[in-house]
Design a protein around this ligand. Structure first.
Ligand code: KE4
Length: 423
């Protein structure tokens, strides 16, 4: 029963493009329309029709603790009582900055912004200023927010609608953006051989989350590190998804690779609008007002958002990441067994509390192999889950997320829903 959602959607499309404030929420690529959510708690979200769903989207990543965690809610309520924005420093900006620097050894200084997009576009400007170079390497299917320079064969929303690049971005801007297949070190080396002294940075998701979940091959991240060292480019790890999710020290801590800059978002705001970028002191000091690189934001370091982020990280400091990872591994093995019984070929990539079901017999290690997933069958899977109270990402190029609030019963209910779905 989705009548009130349908009615609200019908009205919303008159006032908001596609009825949504971010395209992937429109559910276009799974031939559905968006549920309007009334409230959420723990691992559940409840629609405006009063239907409860087990949530594997988690607001696209921020809700690793589950929705409306009491510690976060309490901190936000207290912060709001003190005012919502000062436009001047507050102590919590320093508290969260220190927590981020303590969690990520590669981050000696950090600047808060209000979204992952702001973090990556600012990090790119900083990398270009620091190196005096303009070109940047990103990966096919990689998504780093909607900053102009990154929208060249991007992943996530753009990949879902398979629109390579986008109108409105001047050719001149993306002409400085070089693209290689993920996990393909030879292609990256080739680009460095051709453009080495003009390349300011390599932007990589240390585990890719915008073409579905792609795991870095063992030599990939260390290989990027040594190529950047060899050619004097900066390695920027985009940890907007993986930061504080793969481990408390991010994917960089998990894989033992030290970037020059890191971009962050999602979890560090605990569901409030926070992005951040940070790294080596000598690079970060180039930012205004200590240096010439301009970057700014009215609500950067917002006190309410900082309080949410601090409360979230405090709980995560005491959380058992390995235990959650083994629950997800066990759940994915059970999913594989059910698909096998159905005679459906799948590749289920998983890392820590993330997984993606690719409906393909191929091993998925880059965007080209991710695109072999049967998207028509994915639509049926999405609708089948939704009809049975399970809320998964409405796209074959997103990651399913598990929170510390997900219970064994949630996994069991999801498995029995899958058993019941006719594919
Ligand atoms: P935001 O500007 O959406 O806060 O962050 C951009 C961004 C940057 N880097 C990575 C690796 C990201 O995944 C994102 C945003 N992720 C998408 C979903 N994969 C956000 C969902 C949406 O666009 O609505």
């Amino acid at each position: 029963m989705e009548t009130r959602s349908a009615k609200l959607y019908e009205e919303a499309v008159k006032y908001i493009p596609g009825g949504v404030n971010s395209p992937v929420r429109a559910c276009g690529s799974v031939d559905s329309f968006p549920l309007f959510i009334s409230h959420a708690k723990g691992s559940k979200i409840t629609s405006v029709d009063g239907v409860e769903y087990i949530d594997f989207v988690e607001s696209w990543g921020p809700m690793l603790l589950g929705h409306a965690h009491p510690e976060v809610t309490k901190a936000v309520q207290a912060a709001i009582e003190r005012g919502t924005s000062f436009g001047a420093p507050c102590e919590d900006e320093l508290v969260l900055a220190k927590m981020v620097c303590e969690a990520l050894p590669s981050v000696e200084m950090v600047r808060m912004v209000s979204s992952g997009t702001e973090a990556t576009m600012s990090a790119l400007r900083l990398a270009r200023a620091y190196t005096g170079r303009n070109k940047m390497i990103k990966f096919d299917g990689g998504y780093h927010g909607h900053g102009d320079a990154f929208l060249a064969a991007a992943g996530s929303g753009v990949a879902t609608f398979s629109v390579p690049g986008t109108p409105g971005v001047p050719d001149a801007v993306v002409s400085e953006t070089l693209i290689a297949p993920y996990n393909d070190l030879n292609a990256v080396e080739e680009l460095f051989k051709q453009h080495g002294n003009d390349i300011a940075a390599v932007f990589a998701e240390p585990a890719a989350g915008n073409m579905g979940l792609i795991i870095p091959e063992p030599e990939f991240l260390p290989g990027l590190r040594s190529l950047c060292d060899k050619y004097g480019a900066l390695l920027v790890l985009d940890e907007v998804i993986t930061g504080f999710r793969v481990s408390y020290s991010g994917a960089q801590g998990h894989y033992g690779v030290k970037p020059d800059l890191t971009t962050m978002g999602k979890i560090i705001g605990g569901g409030m609008p926070v992005g951040a970028f940070g790294g080596r002191r000598e690079i970060m000091q180039m930012l205004s007002p200590t240096g010439p690189v301009y970057q700014a934001g009215t609500l950067s370091g917002n006190p309410v958002a900082m309080a949410a982020g601090i409360a979230t990280l405090k709980v995560l400091q005491k959380s058992d990441y390995p235990a959650l990872a083994s629950k997800v591994e066990n759940f994915c093995q059970n999913l594989e067994a059910i698909f096998a019984k159905k005679g459906v070929q799948v590749c289920i990539n998983r890392l820590a509390s993330m997984f993606t079901i690719f409906l393909t017999g191929q091993k998925v290690k880059d965007f080209a192999s991710a695109k072999t997933s049967d998207l028509a069958m994915l639509s049926k899977l999405y609708k089948g889950f939704r009809e049975r109270g399970v809320y998964v990402a409405p796209s074959g190029f997103e990651v399913s997320m598990v929170s510390f609030a997900h219970t064994d019963e949630d996994f069991a209910r999801t498995l029995s829903a899958l058993e019941d779905i006719k594919l």
